[in-house]
Write a protein that binds this ligand. Structure first.
Ligand SMILES: Nc1ncnc2c1ncn2[C@@H]1O[C@H](COP(=O)(O)OP(=O)(O)OP(=O)(O)O)[C@@H](O)[C@H]1O
Ligand SMILES: [Mg+2]
Length: 355
């Protein structure tokens, strides 16, 4: 087990800087999820922690010791990739045991560790099978088993579930989470998937263009996003954004009337965020945002219905109860109560506050 600390960690390829001096503390036993758009430096950061990539500048500490110059195997960190390479000609047991191939442990001890790992992952009856005779989820568990068998101080996962179908993904999500609960080992996990981030993380790290934008619990990020990017990334469906203007303590939005909000002190163009779950199809209490709008598209999902309407120039989505399925082209009332609004400066996209 280990605390991992990144101090001013940077990576450049030649003259191109791709990670620009990031600071982060990953506590012992914590489940930390990195999110951010493609190319923002998530994998590079993970690879620097693992020792698969040289650190250009800054300091990496594992368990209080500087490890910048240590070889990957001396760091005792296990990495599970998206394209987990399990060997087709080896059995499940041999694949798991492959994680031990360099360690000088007895054959009996090796068999014991393979059996224990197989048991933890529910593979104990499959140890003699070959990967071709396994399901996608079982194969993923073999890859995790190979990482686990060495008893590493931390696991690094780089989009481990992105090749699996939606149902298996949600099952494996819970399996990895429960594994973390049982083992208590530090996990650093990279994903594009905001649902994975929200459901698995103790702490989410939002990266963009080689920098850390925000660090917080899933609830912190959901309630208090620092900018439009985090606001739209966290939560599903994404937060709606409307253009508006704050002037003399009043908020003007095209296509809707707004009243009764305690607004942040700011003058000028703003972006107004409203989560789909806070946008009500039907009359509200009167205060907040009120308008009527034409239904452009409807997605009935069973438990709830996503209703897409136009507000001024923007297409927004509201989440209605499943029994409400308005006709396309019909006119509906749309409202959002005070407390549901996130305000951002239009130019910098930085948060101004809630209203
Ligand atoms: N060997 C390399 N040489 C030059 N540039 C590289 C190299 N490896 C990665 N990069 C660049 O570094 C940046 C960060 O890449 P990285 O793989 O860390 O992104 P990522 O956040 O993991 O993206 P994705 O979500 O697509 O996996 C990218 O712009 C990428 O093109
Ligand atoms: Mg990557």
């Amino acid at each position: 087990m280990a605390r991992i600390e990144l101090q001013g960690l940077s990576k450049s390829y030649g003259a191109t800087s791709v990670v620009h001096g990031i600071d982060l503390v990953i506590e012992d036993g914590e489940f930390v999820v990195f999110v951010g758009p493609s190319g923002c430096g998530k994998s590079t950061t993970l690879r620097m922690i693992a020792g698969l990539e040289d650190i250009t500048d800054g300091t990496l500490l594992i368990g209080g010791e500087v490890v910048n110059q240590r070889e990957p195997k001396q760091r005792n960190i296990a990495m599970v990739f998206q394209n987990y390479a399990i060997y087709p000609h080896m059995t499940v047991g041999q694949n798991i045991g492959f994680g031990l191939y360099t360690s000088k442990i007895s054959k009996a001890e090796k068999q014991k560790r393979i059996a224990e790992t197989g048991k933890i992952l529910g593979l104990e009856n499959l140890l003699d099978r070959r990967p071709a005779a396994l399901s996608g989820g079982q194969r993923q568990r073999v890859a995790i088993g190979r990482a686990m068998v060495r008893d590493p101080v931390a696991f690094l996962f780089d989009e481990p579930l992105s090749n699996l179908d939606a149902q298996l993904r949600s099952q494996m999500r819970m399996e990895i989470k429960s594994l973390h609960h049982r083992l208590g080992t530090t996990i650093v996990y990279v994903t594009h998937d905001q649902i994975e981030a929200m459901t698995m993380a103790d702490k989410i790290v939002v990266m963009r263009e080689g920098n850390i934008l925000q660090v917080g619990t899933p609830t912190d990020l959901y309630e208090n996003p620092v900018d439009v990017f985090t606001a739209r990334f966290i939560g599903s469906p994404s937060m709606n954004m409307l253009d508006g203007t704050l002037s003399g303590g009043a908020l003007a939005i095209e296509g809707a009337s707004v009243s009764g909000l305690s607004l942040p002190a700011h003058e000028g163009p703003v972006r107004l965020g409203i989560r789909p779950h806070d946008l009500v199809v039907g009359e509200g209490a009167g205060a907040g945002l009120v308008t009527t709008s034409t239904v452009e598209a409807v997605e009935p999902l069973g438990a709830e219905t996503l209703v897409h309407v136009r507000l001024g120039d923007a297409l927004v989505v509201a989440t209605a109860p499943g029994r409400i399925v308005p006709a396309i082209g019909s006119t509906v009332s749309i409202s959002a109560a005070p407390g549901a609004f996130y305000l951002f400066d239009a130019a910098s996209e930085k948060a101004l506050g809630r209203a």
